[in-house]
Design a protein around this ligand. Structure first.
Ligand code: H2B
Length: 97
């Protein structure tokens, strides 16, 4: 079982993820992704889904045409945990190649 990040770890982790914004309710981080069209957006979602299954850590998300909104929070911990930070970094890495 993974725990919520304490204040110091949280600040440090957020500094390493400049494209993600703290979200209040539920406690987590969010990022909006915009693509050329639905096909690109859904392809991205497919790759995130594979990551999520592998990590057993699943996003709260929505998609409207070319836009994907992702919120990462850890249900088991009731807030932001290391698992969210790792998942955010892995999602960011998908876009670098
Ligand atoms: N995803 C997220 N975002 N938070 C969790 O706490 C979580 C999860 N827990 N995916 C996992 C699945 C857990 O329910 C299973 C049983 O491992």
């Amino acid at each position: 079982m993974v725990g919520k990040l304490d204040e110091k770890a949280r600040t440090l982790a957020l500094a390493s993820l400049p494209d993600w914004t703290p979200a209040g309710d539920p406690d987590g981080i969010r990022r909006r992704f915009t693509f050329a069209d639905f096909n690109e957006a859904f392809g991205f979602m497919t790759r995130v889904a594979l990551l999520a299954e592998k990590a057993d850590h699943h996003p709260e998300w929505s998609n409207v045409y070319n836009r994907v909104d992702i919120l990462l929070t850890t249900h088991d911990a009731g807030g932001l945990s290391r698992r969210d930070i790792d998942m955010a970094a892995a999602i960011d890495a998908l876009l670098k190649h």
